[in-house]
Design a protein around this ligand. Sequence first.
Ligand SMILES: Nc1nc2c(ncn2[C@@H]2O[C@H](COP(=O)(O)OP(=O)(O)O)[C@@H](O)[C@H]2O)c(=O)[nH]1
Ligand SMILES: Nc1ncnc2c1ncn2[C@@H]1O[C@H](COP(=O)(O)OP(=O)(O)O)[C@@H](O)[C@H]1O
Length: 217
Amino acid sequence: MAMADLIRPARRGLMLVLSSPSGAGKSTLTRTLSQKETNLDLSISVTTRGRRPSEIDGVHYRFIDREAFDQLRDRDDLLESAEVHGNGYGTPRKPVEDALKAGRDVLFDIDYQGTQQILEKAREDVVAIFILPPSMAELRSRLVRRAEDAPEVIARRLANARDEIARWNVYDYVIINDDLGAAYESVRSILAAERLKRSRATGMPAFVEGLLSEQVN
Ligand SMILES: Nc1nc2c(ncn2[C@@H]2O[C@H](COP(=O)(O)OP(=O)(O)O)[C@@H](O)[C@H]2O)c(=O)[nH]1
Ligand SMILES: Nc1ncnc2c1ncn2[C@@H]1O[C@H](COP(=O)(O)OP(=O)(O)O)[C@@H](O)[C@H]1O
């Protein structure tokens, strides 16, 4: 091992938050990102909301009852928690702390209230991105097309969208998810840039080392 590797402090993982009003596309972007990116753990939240037909317990959320939720929160086992659209949601603390300590980055799909709580705790380590739909009409059609929620649930989520959009200034970046591929590339670029910024403190990034060690004639 090179001397530089021995004295270089390991980079603490960063916390990447993706939030959006319901239906703007954060779950789709989160899923793609966690499949394609290495060194990025997805934080699995607990929720008291009922499971949607397409969801798997332990993969998309851990579905728990109100009593279990209150117990986790009261024991301080949640890094952040909030009431959203009438249900409890929270981030289990332990998996996040373990990943960050090991230098892995963590991806969160949480709302603005949870984002604010995490920012208050660890501003320097957080990168918060807000995903917006191109229009309110398109937001509505995405919720209808997704066909996972009852009409009254969709109506409530659309009504709440206005309050959520008004919180845009909690975030470091805002992305309009019109073309999905373009939105994904924007998220990926932000992650790459923020990782590079942080690696300055801990030494040369691997791809720079790679370029410098390559011999060409
Ligand atoms: N604060 C907080 N919000 C969460 C958490 N998990 C999910 N959310 C948010 O709760 C809201 C509702 O999520 P969900 O019921 O899956 O509906 P969706 O927005 O239509 O995908 C979204 O804004 C999520 O980002 C969490 O652990 N903490
Ligand atoms: N750029 C896009 N163009 C068209 N449809 C999209 C786009 N992004 C996401 N969708 C679709 O919109 C619906 C809502 O997306 P989803 O990721 O579930 O939103 P959220 O997690 O923000 O509630 C899904 O059916 C998804 O396939």
